[in-house]
Design a protein around this ligand. Structure first.
Ligand SMILES: [Fe+2]
Ligand SMILES: [Fe+2]
Length: 483
């Protein structure tokens, strides 16, 4: 089948995978579609469903011009199935099949493993929309509301992308999984989402920004690793998703940055130099920097847990089998098979944290997490520049990898943000200074008042430097439906 750069709109589901001539898959997706729309409509408050939102829609997979901006009512959004163009003669880039032609069909022996990886990725996409469902009501501006809904519709599209793979390549099992993806729900008692961080609440906008910065970045790393896959349709799907993912992390980074900027401005206007003068700073209606640090500690550590166990035979198999590669696999200079290589992994021995060299194949998760930590540090450095530029003596610090962990070698001990193993009593005495406590949450919640005036912003956050799609500051990003 010829590869299409532009998206065809001749079926109900926009796509560049030739759906109109693939009757079986088209029918399966059309059957799944109403359940998806119900899920969406139950989730997003009606007022916003009826509003016109200035959104981008993917209309092509050409990197030079893939998106088009226009006003859309969200239920009318064209959730499409888009795969990056096929690379001619693509070879499997790693593992025991390295150098063999990439698979266009699922290899029988890896079917269960592939299905599981696709389902886990798929499960995160609707989960984040569920976590963010109440935020529209307290948007600090129309600009931010628009960004929230942009992220939401694209996570919805990512679900479509994964469901397409399940329906096309996994037969009845795939259909069943696609159904389950709409049944599980974030935070549910009996059918929760598969990964911990996706069952946590996103109670306020600072959480949303931290989530899109830290947790969407886990998504980026996972997609990067799957984009290397020897299973070509998965690789192409993930490659296109990455183009959308970049905006989600932009929303997070600039959102946190604008929050910091406003706090520093307010402190300077009031002549407050001590960042720990928390009551006085909060009285200004902005979020003090130590609380921003706590929110960061929480979202960062929840995101580290998403990388799984440091040492994992599943991860080793996925790599060895050519299913899931490493970050930037093509830029790494080794044999891409790792049969004789080692990789350093931390573990807790007695009351010490030690580093051990283990077979590199088993440490694939650890390596991806290390890549993530480096990637995540960039934005934190830029946030600190904002603080410095405002002349305030404070720096955000990424906590130790062992702090507040539920998964992996550090989950059995208590570790301070500085990386010291501490007693339970010490943990209990200090946790309120390290992670957001009830009072912090209540204070942030008190600031979450909607600001729906065109070009205006809630008092706790600075306006963005540039508009979306280069629009001016007073652009009407959302034409709110008024009953
Ligand atoms: Fe996504
Ligand atoms: Fe995302």
């Amino acid at each position: 089948m010829a590869d299409l750069i532009n998206v065809s709109y001749d079926t109900q589901i926009p796509n560049n995978v030739g759906l109109s001539s693939d009757k079986r898959v088209l029918k399966a997706l059309e059957k799944w579609h109403p359940g998806y729309i119900d899920w969406w409509n139950d989730l997003i408050p009606e007022q916003f469903q009826l509003s016109d939102i200035y959104l981008r829609t993917a209309v092509s997979v050409d990197p030079k011009g893939w998106a088009k901006f226009d006003y859309v009512k969200m239920p009318d959004y064209r959730w499409g199935i888009l795969l990056a163009p096929q690379v001619e003669d693509r070879k499997i880039p790693f593992g025991e099949h390295k150098g063999e032609p990439a698979w266009q069909e699922v290899p029988g022996e890896y079917r269960a493993l592939l299905r599981r990886l696709i389902v886990i990725q798929a499960d995160t996409e609707p989960a984040s929309v569920e976590q963010q469902k109440f935020l529209g009501k307290t948007a600090p501006s129309m600009y931010d509301m628009r960004n929230l809904f942009q992220v939401n519709v694209e996570e919805g599209r990512h679900l479509w992308a994964m469901v397409y793979l399940l329906q096309k390549y996994f037969g009845a099992d795939g259909r069943e999984e696609a159904h389950e993806l709409l049944r599980r729900s974030s935070g549910s008692e009996d059918a929760p989402r598969m990964l911990g961080a996706f069952n946590e609440a996103t109670p306020d906008w600072l959480s949303f920004f931290m989530f899109t910065y830290f947790t969407d970045r886990d998504g980026k790393m996972q997609l990067e690793a799957l984009a290397q896959s020897g299973f070509d349709p998965l690789s192409r799907t993930c490659r296109f998703m990455l183009t959308e993912e970049a905006h989600h992390m932009f929303v997070g980074e600039t959102g946190v940055g604008r929050t910091i900027q406003r706090t520093c401005e307010a402190m300077n206007e009031a002549g407050i130099t001590n960042p720990y003068d928390i009551d006085k700073i909060r009285a200004l209606g902005v979020i003090d920097l130590p609380t921003i640090q706590k929110k960061m500690n929480l979202h960062y550590t929840l995101s580290l847990d998403l990388f799984g166990q440091e040492i994992s035979t599943n991860a080793a198999n996925a790599f060895n089998n050519g299913i899931k590669g490493r970050y930037m696999e093509n830029r790494l200079e080794d044999d891409h098979q790792l049969q004789n290589d080692t990789y350093p992994v931390h573990s807790v021995v007695g009351d010490k944290i030690v580093s051990e060299d283990v077979p590199a194949l088993t440490a694939i998760n650890m390596r991806l997490r290390d890549d993530y930590v480096r990637d995540a540090a960039g934005g934190v450095g830029r946030w600190n520049k904002i603080i410095k530029k405002n002349g305030i003596d404070f720096a955000l610090i990424i906590p130790h990898e062992g702090f507040h962990r539920q998964i992996g070698v550090f989950s059995k001990v208590s570790i301070s943000p500085e990386g010291n193993i501490i007693s339970q009593a010490e943990w209990d005495a200090n946790v309120g200074n390290w992670l957001p406590n009830k009072a912090d949450g209540d204070f942030i919640a008190s600031l979450m008042v909607p600001c729906f005036e065109k070009g205006e912003y809630a008092g706790w956050i600075a306006p963005p430097k540039v508009g979306i799609d280069n629009k001016p500051g007073d652009f009407e990003y959302v034409k709110l439906y008024e009953a």
